[in-house]
Write a protein that binds this ligand. Structure first.
Ligand SMILES: [Zn+2]
Length: 201
């Protein structure tokens, strides 16, 4: 049920994790808190970015192109906002290079910007080390779980505790997932995140 009130709240947002893409007009500077990238194939489908749910994927079945997106938790040191950064796999090359030299992305200071300064223009990312003794990085959130919330996939559809599979794929039984997606009893809990606006980037 919605919780209505006549009083303006003291704080305009609740705790949670925003999904953040590189803005067109200014660089985004942040420090990764997650050790690894989480990568998922997605479609721009029905007006939003959705995960590919192969082999039974509505978008694939309609011939829609897919592209890989990368997700990484990071903190903006100027605002202290801890958020989920999204970029295309194409833009994320510097993170992969970083991981060739360091065991973890945690503590990687990165700048992401769009040289053409247009929405959806290609993103460039530059990484540099930061002195971890000077900052106190928060514990990273579970990015897969947060993206399940963003994508309206019930978290019960994802086996997050399988030690043999640290990168679980989403269950692809569409009927089951759709049943859970639209069944209030399986609704994800309200500690959630701001789902962002689902635009491509
Ligand atoms: Zn698909």
């Amino acid at each position: 049920m919605p919780n209505w009130t006549n009083d303006l709240p003291d704080e305009m947002t609740r705790p949670g994790f925003r999904l953040v893409r590189t803005p067109p007009d200014r660089p985004l500077r942040a420090v990764a808190t997650a050790p690894q990238l989480q990568i998922c194939w997605t479609h721009w489908w029905t007006g939003r970015t959705r995960p590919c749910e192969k082999p039974d994927c509505e978008a694939c079945n309609a011939g829609a192109p897919a592209r890989a997106h990368c997700y990484l938790s990071a903190i903006d040191l100027s605002t202290h906002e801890h958020f989920i950064f999204e970029c295309t796999a194409k833009a994320a090359g510097p993170f992969a290079e970083w991981l060739e030299n360091y065991p973890s992305l945690r503590g990687c200071h990165f700048t992401a910007y769009r040289p053409k300064r247009r929405r959806n223009a290609p993103v460039e990312i530059h990484c540099r080390p930061i002195d971890l003794a000077t900052i106190n990085l928060p514990t990273p959130p579970d990015v897969i779980q947060i993206m399940a919330i963003v994508w309206h996939i019930p978290t019960s559809a994802i086996d997050l505790d399988d030690p043999d599979n640290p990168h679980p794929e989403m269950k692809t039984d569409r009927k089951t997932v759709d049943q859970m997606r639209f069944n209030p009893a399986d609704a994800v809990s309200p500690r959630q995140t701001n789902p962002g606006n689902g635009e491509p980037s």
